[in-house]
Structures are given as structure tokens and as C-alpha cells.
Design a protein. Sequence first.
Length: 217
Amino acid sequence: MNTATNDYGLWGLVLLNSVVFVGFAYSFFKPATLRDWRSFGAYSAFVVALFAEMYGFPLTIYVLSGWLGSRFPEVNLFGHESGHLWWLLTGQHGNPHFGFFHILSFVAIFAGFTLLSNAWHVLYHAQRRHQLATAGPYRFIRHPQYVGFVLIMVGFLLQWPTLLTVVMFPVLVVMYTRLAAAEERESAREFGEAWRLYAAATPRFIPSRGARAHRHA
């Protein structure tokens, strides 16, 4: 196992990247309620755990070093590029930042932040008018902000998977699903028939062409 250089222990970069990506999400999401802070806090914990391994301490590499070292004896496992595990495991060579998974990760992260931003603007104005949010991304799904968070996390997993974030991801998805269900119960009480018609025509998380056609019929 080649461990000639160690590109970790860069805790300043851990802090900087965590602040940047948590700050971006905060500027787009702007949590106001306790439920908002729970969903935002879960995302923030995921981001901090990710960058702590990306630049601080490579826990996943240490745990898997025996297996990885036997399979890739010529690779410096503690060089930064080895943390791109999809690139390593699929036998790719060269710069992983130009690989398929890395590019796809940027697409997912960008889409997630865009969805968060667009959803927040619609929801903000709807709440000020005490109306149901049905415009913008809410035309296609009932919970675009939660989908945005999941897309960002998927993007990070495509770019730099770790044991901790892989374990956290399904837990957070379940948490977002439960938060969405709680929001829907509140919306049903507040908006009554308007909510029921909207919910019947609009999928919860995954857009459906059939549902959209039914809604405009």
C-alpha cells in the first residue's frame, strides 16, 4: 500500500468549505420554523461530515485501507485523488475532476441549489399572502425544497462518498419524508379543499407527466 504523502489534516479547508456550502443553502432556504431548522441542520451535519473526511481526517480510507491497499497496491491511498472512490473503484486513470461521476455531481449540486432558491421565492411570497404555494417548482412537486437538499447530497455522494455520509443519507431521506408528511397535515388543516385538490394533482417528490396532465384537464 502506497502512503507516501498525506493530503489531509487541512482543517482550514474543512471550515471554509463547510461555511460556504452551508451558507449557500441558508441564503436559498432561509429557515424560519423549527421544522425548517431541523431540515437545514440535517443537511448541515451531512456537509460538515463530508468535508471533515475530504480535507481533515479520511476515516473511510483508513477503515477500508486494508482492502483498498490489496486491490490497488500502486495507489497512494492518502493522496487526495484517492478519496474519489468511484473513480478509483472503476479503474479510471488521470484527473478524477474530469470524470463522469464528478461532472454529474456538479450537475446534481447545481440543480439542488437552483431548486432551493426558486422554491424559497415562491414559498416566501405565498406565505406573506397566506396562500398555498403552487407556482414555480411547486407546480410539479409538493416539496421542492426537500428534493433540493437530497439532490445536493446525492451530488456530494457522487463526488466523494464516505462511510458516514452513505449511512447518513437514507436516514436524512426518511427524516425529510416525515417532515413533508407533517407539513402536509398542517396544510390540509389550513387550506382544506384547495390543498386536497393540489395534492391530488401534484406528486410529493417525483414529477409526473400524467399528474400534470390531469391537473390541467
